[in-house]
Design a protein. Structure first.
Length: 189
């Protein structure tokens, strides 16, 4: 009888790991999280989440993904599948915060200003904030997280043509917004 050879978890497919995680194998769950958490956090930051919010939502998305790992069919990577969960959690949080701000006193709406290390990052964040939610999501997933448009379509359950339209329109708007002179510059005086 040949000795049993054990393959390292890193060599296994996401689907194999998901099946193992579904059976309660903790090492498989940890490997899936190791593969997905970084790209999920990167996506959330590109969508406009601050570091703490991105970290919180990444953790929530990983817990949610592992709780529902039986629903993972392997049509896309586990990271892509997790990004869909994270994007939805982020959009829900933003909607909840928006409802709160509508009910808040006017002085509470301004909020504290955060120090931004890079003007380029600030300009990009401002420009991204001016895109529609679907455009921002698709552009961020494509150019921020490095997913293909096909992977985005699967992750968001959107037709591929719709994803392509959102990415194209979003990038076109970003170009215009990033080239436009900022309000309050010397040119306005």
């Amino acid at each position: 009888m040949a000795p049993l050879q054990i393959r390292p978890l890193a060599a296994l497919s996401d689907l194999s790991l998901a099946r193992m995680a579904g059976r309660g194998e903790r090492d498989a769950s940890e490997e899936l999280v190791r593969r997905a958490a970084g790209v999920v956090g990167d996506l959330l930051r590109r969508m406009g989440a601050g570091d703490a919010t991105a970290d919180d939502i990444t953790q929530d998305a990983m817990v949610t993904a592992l709780r529902s790992v039986a629903g993972y069919r392997g049509e896309a990577s586990f990271a892509t599948w997790s990004m869909k969960i994270a994007a939805r959690l982020y959009l829900r949080r933003r909607a909840k915060e928006a409802r709160y701000l509508l009910m808040a006193e006017p002085e509470e709406r301004a909020g504290p200003s955060a120090e931004i290390a890079s003007n380029a990052r600030l300009d990009l964040d401002r420009a991204l904030a001016q895109l529609s939610e679907p455009e921002r999501l698709c552009v961020s997933m494509c150019h921020g997280a490095g997913l293909t448009q096909e992977e985005i379509a699967i992750a968001l359950s959107m037709p591929l043509g719709t994803v392509k339209s959102h990415v194209t329109r979003g990038l076109k708007k970003l170009r215009v917004l990033m080239i436009a002179e900022p309000a309050g510059s010397d040119a306005d005086e």
